[in-house]
Design a protein around this ligand. Sequence first.
Ligand code: C5P
Length: 232
Amino acid sequence: MAEMIVALDVQSRLEAVDRVNAIGDAVGFYKIGLELFTAEGPDVVWAVKDLGKKVFLDLKLHDIPRTVERAVRSAGRLGVDLLTIHSVGGNAMIRAAADAAAEFGESAPKVLAVTVLTSLDEMDLRDVGILGRTPADQVRAAAFLSVASGADGLVCSPREVGMLSKSLRKGTLFVTPGVRPAGAALGDQKRVATPADAVRDGATHLVVGRPILAAPDPAAAAQAILAEISAN
Ligand code: C5P
């Protein structure tokens, strides 16, 4: 069954711990992104791990292979369970990340590749020199490269997950943000899917932020989404 990850899009360790406690036992997996990690560093990872939760460290690493390899090793030492790299780093960088993660054996973090940022359209791709390809073409190419180079899975939008889950090998992880229960506020998300639709399309993990964090009762909001996931 698909697992839900709550995006801890807050600014401080205290707020993060407060949110995790408010959500309680229903959720066992939290995403720490650039804002929170840059503010609090490894302390916030340890704080969430100390509460018995799994951590998805979403720093979207992109650098020369040696640097990414060493950063992944550092993340492995922190005990994170999932981390992200950018597929545009290329075959050698993705391979270096996968190999560094594998050094942790049973507790190896899973490496997810980001294909094309959902904020980019065809004009943006052209501006950075990717010519004659739509974002969908580029997503497909980057996804195949990433998995062939050793990534465990992909971050993919609700619009992409169906196509990718059908064409990539079994066991690949598909981690999907942009999830909104029917009737929930979209915020700045434009291409959304309900939890049920995302799971039906092949998502193995759903990343949900504001529909839970901004709810008057975050634990109840989390339970409602989990019920929708398990009904599938
Ligand atoms: O609040 P919301 O549910 O929109 O949060 C979604 C989370 O997933 C945020 O942390 C956001 O940065 C992340 N994300 C996304 N779309 C992507 C990649 C990551 O919404 N394409």
